[in-house]
Ligand binder design. Sequence first.
Ligand code: NI
Length: 191
Amino acid sequence: MHLKIVQAGDPVLRQPARPLTAAELASAEIQQLIELMRETMRDAPGVGLAAPQIGLPLQLAVIEDVAEIEATERKPVPFHVIANPRLALGDETIEFFEGCLSVEGFQAVVPRARAVRVEALDHRGSPVSIDARGWYARILQHEIDHLGGTLYIDRMRSRSFSTARNAARYLSGIPIPELLAKLDGKQASDS
Ligand code: NI
């Protein structure tokens, strides 16, 4: 069984989610919710899923990545839960294409901090501190944005917004700075 993922335009994606107590996290209800979120994320498939995306305004997200891609500093991340996260961004920004299960079928280039530190509660309600870099840092920023009612489209390079199919067709394999310049029409106009 898996849950329905709500799409952009649903008000729950735009409202700040509420924190959970440690006791709530330990409850059978939330443990069951975490299991359902895990199945829903795997089934989608996705590398992260935040509770607002299944219609619940709670500060809870699940994350898991199995891919390894050098160009995007992507490495496998074991399944884990973050609740009530606080995010600290590193200074360096990097840009890559990103998508969202709640903005189905689209992608855009989104600038994100290359490294982050996250203080959160884990699935048992215990405090954890996560130092993340590369794609994992991007996933954390994306999921934590969901808990504050923010979507990647609020941060994207809007001219790079594309269907996933057209991104693969026209935009892949081009270095991001070159692509952004091209999309801005900078190469076409020399006057
Ligand atoms: Ni998303």
